[in-house]
Ligand binder design. Structure first.
Ligand code: CP
Length: 309
């Protein structure tokens, strides 16, 4: 594994190795030695051409806990906003000695383009590209479910909401199935990609039936910023049919685990009562994101990175 562009880059054994390494790194970080010297002298670039809070900050924290130098680079305030191309941006970063680039981009395939060309020699890590994939989110979600339920093998996981625009959904489907879980999708037909069942998932329209079936539910954000037309009559109707509030959660005859990748539209896909409840592991996901990203940077670095000369 030279780059991490898609969950499909990983075998099952590699995905498990990332989760296990993250678990070990989390244990070490919780001890007296918070910072490891592993990547001293290496330069990691956070290249974010789309907004982010959790992913950007946790990659920065992860790289710093491995003692790397971190350069944060956002489209806003950089020459990307003046129209500079991905190629020229990448070559500039290479000239500055970047050993790895973590990239978030609005264009699906931008990280793959960066990895395939010869503009850069370091590792490329996809931090979310368009509506395509968000592999590190799926790994931290898998880690969080495993931490809560003990294993993913045979567990029933539902992904609810705006599947069509969600890179989190696609990466989650690939990761959860690879790790042995059964995956169901629930959402308005207009927000479900055609032929999605070909990925080995089932589809259910009734949210109560779906939640009753599952062990864990990943409630996706309605991605208004990616919608070029109306996909449902109103937010109110969406919330009534696909939102999760406390009355629905408490009406189930079992306790399920609630995930949300963030940022949350409180009161739309999930109520504040549910987001802040004991069943929600949303802040665990954020915490686990640092460990997962440490593991990914560490594993890639120990395999392919060589010191810049
Ligand atoms: N889950 C996620 O990608 O959040 P950010 O957009 O805040 O990074």
């Amino acid at each position: 594994m030279k780059h991490l562009l898609s969950i499909n880059d990983l075998s099952k054994a590699e995905a498990i190795a990332i989760l296990d390494t993250a678990q070990e790194l989390a244990r070490v970080s919780d001890g007296p030695m918070k910072k490891l010297p592993t990547l001293r002298g290496r330069t990691i670039v956070n290249l974010f051409a789309e907004d982010s809070t959790r992913t950007r900050i946790s990659f920065e924290a992860a790289a710093k806990r491995l003692s790397a130098d971190v350069i944060n680079f956002s489209a806003k305030g950089s020459s990307i906003s003046k129209g500079e191309s991905l190629k020229d941006t990448a070559q500039t970063l290479q000239a500055m000695g970047a050993d790895a680039v973590i990239i978030r981009h609005g264009a699906s395939g931008a990280p793959a383009r960066l990895a395939a060309c010869e503009w850069m020699s370091g590792a490329v890590i996809n931090a979310g590209d368009g509506t395509h994939e968000h592999p590190t989110q799926a790994l931290l979600d898998s880690y969080s479910i495993r931490e809560k339920l003990g294993s993913l093998q045979g567990k029933k996981i539902v992904i609810v909401g705006d599947i069509l625009h969600s890179r989190v959904a696609l990466s989650n489907i690939f990761a959860l199935k690879k790790l042995g879980a059964e995956v169901k999708l629930c959402g308005p037909k207009s927000l479900l990609p055609k032929h999605i069942e070909s990925l080995g998932v089932t589809v259910e329209q009734d949210i109560k039936k779906t939640l009753q079936w599952c062990d864990a539910a990943n409630m996706l954000r309605v991605q208004n910023e990616r919608m070029d037309k109306s996909y449902f009559p109103s937010i109110r109707e969406y919330t009534q049919l696909y939102g999760l509030g406390l009355p629905l959660l408490k009406s189930l005859n079992k306790e399920i685990v609630i995930l949300h990748p963030g940022p949350i539209n409180r009161g739309v896909e999930i109520s504040s009562g549910v987001a802040d409840s004991d069943q929600a592991i949303i802040l665990d996901q954020v915490e686990n994101g640092v460990a997962i990203r440490m593991a990914i940077i560490y594993l890639l670095a120990s395999k392919i990175m060589t010191p810049s000369v």
